[in-house]
Write a protein that binds this ligand. Structure first.
Ligand SMILES: Cc1cc2nc3c(=O)[nH]c(=O)nc-3n(C[C@H](O)[C@H](O)[C@H](O)COP(=O)(O)OP(=O)(O)OC[C@H]3O[C@@H](n4cnc5c(N)ncnc54)[C@H](O)[C@@H]3O)c2cc1C
Length: 225
């Protein structure tokens, strides 16, 4: 087996890195995840993820984590509502989209990133994630690689896997191809004290319980009242 008696370093503890670590540990691999965050509570990690049958859900099934996912996902949050600046509903999936469930190829259950990250972390052997490890460079050593981190620490691994996101610092070791701007920009934010600052939108969010004001994508934030 390629990974037998090998130490594996995964750089990046996002959903990709953590689920890969879990799958490798199920195969008995010796794996560490090096993550730049200070600890698991260092930040709120972005908007919810929708999981697809053939990718995210398939990986969770392989990792024996689908039951954990079912305890943590946000039922109903896969349905979209489009409203104008007066919170009048222009379109609602709730009116038209049939209820789907696990096993249906069109089901796209949503999960917040914090519970997803927590359930993946809890599935790993203790000490798998090495926090405060901001990868900066690596050089060949023996049969493997010596990884250097911003805090001046270093670690050896036979195999290195880059899971450090769109601006990967591992990618240049593999290819000259650089990430490029796709032409789409998405802004995300939270509304402070939504109940009084955007009462109509707040009421709308309460009408559809899986939603909450922070999850609403604001298309015209200055006009929402
Ligand atoms: C606004 C938005 C909405 C999205 N919605 C969806 C959705 O609904 N469904 C979906 O499937 N996808 C969605 N995506 C895409 C999704 O976020 C990514 O596919 C997913 O996060 C990729 O996971 P990843 O683990 O590969 O990388 P990331 O989530 O980017 O994780 C990378 C990890 O590496 C760490 N890291 C980075 N650099 C270093 C370094 N030098 N050293 C150590 N650690 C490092 C970071 O701290 C982070 O924890 C969305 C993306 C955005 C921006």
């Amino acid at each position: 087996m390629l990974i037998e008696n090998k130490s594996i370093a995964i750089v990046g503890g996002g959903p990709g890195g953590l689920i890969l670590a879990r799958l490798l540990q199920l195969k008995g691999a010796n794996v560490k995840v090096y993550e730049r965050d200070f600890d698991k509570d260092a930040r709120l990690v972005g908007s919810p993820l929708d999981m697809h049958e053939e990718s995210g859900l398939a990986a969770l099934r392989k990792a024996n984590l689908i039951d954990e996912f079912k305890k943590n996902f946000r039922p109903g949050a896969d349905k979209m509502v489009i409203a104008n600046e007066h919170a009048e509903i222009l379109y609602s999936d709730h009116a038209t989209k049939p209820d789907e469930d696990f096993g249906n190829e069109y089901f796209r259950p949503e999960i917040d990133r914090v519970p997803l990250r927590n359930m993946l972390l809890e599935s790993l052997q203790p000490g798998t994630v090495v926090w405060k490890s901001h990868f900066v460079s690596m050089k060949a050593q023996n049969e493997g690689w010596l990884l250097n981190f911003k805090n001046a620490s270093s670690a050896y691994a036979d195999i290195v896997i880059g899971a450090d996101g769109a601006n990967s610092k591992i990618r240049p070791y593999i290819t000259n191809i650089k990430a490029f701007y796709s032409g789409i920009t998405m802004l995300e934010g939270n509304v402070h004290d939504a109940k009084s600052s955007v009462p109509n939108i707040h009421a709308l969010a309460e009408t559809f319980p899986p939603l909450w004001p922070g999850m609403i994508h604001l298309l015209a934030p200055n006009r929402l009242r």
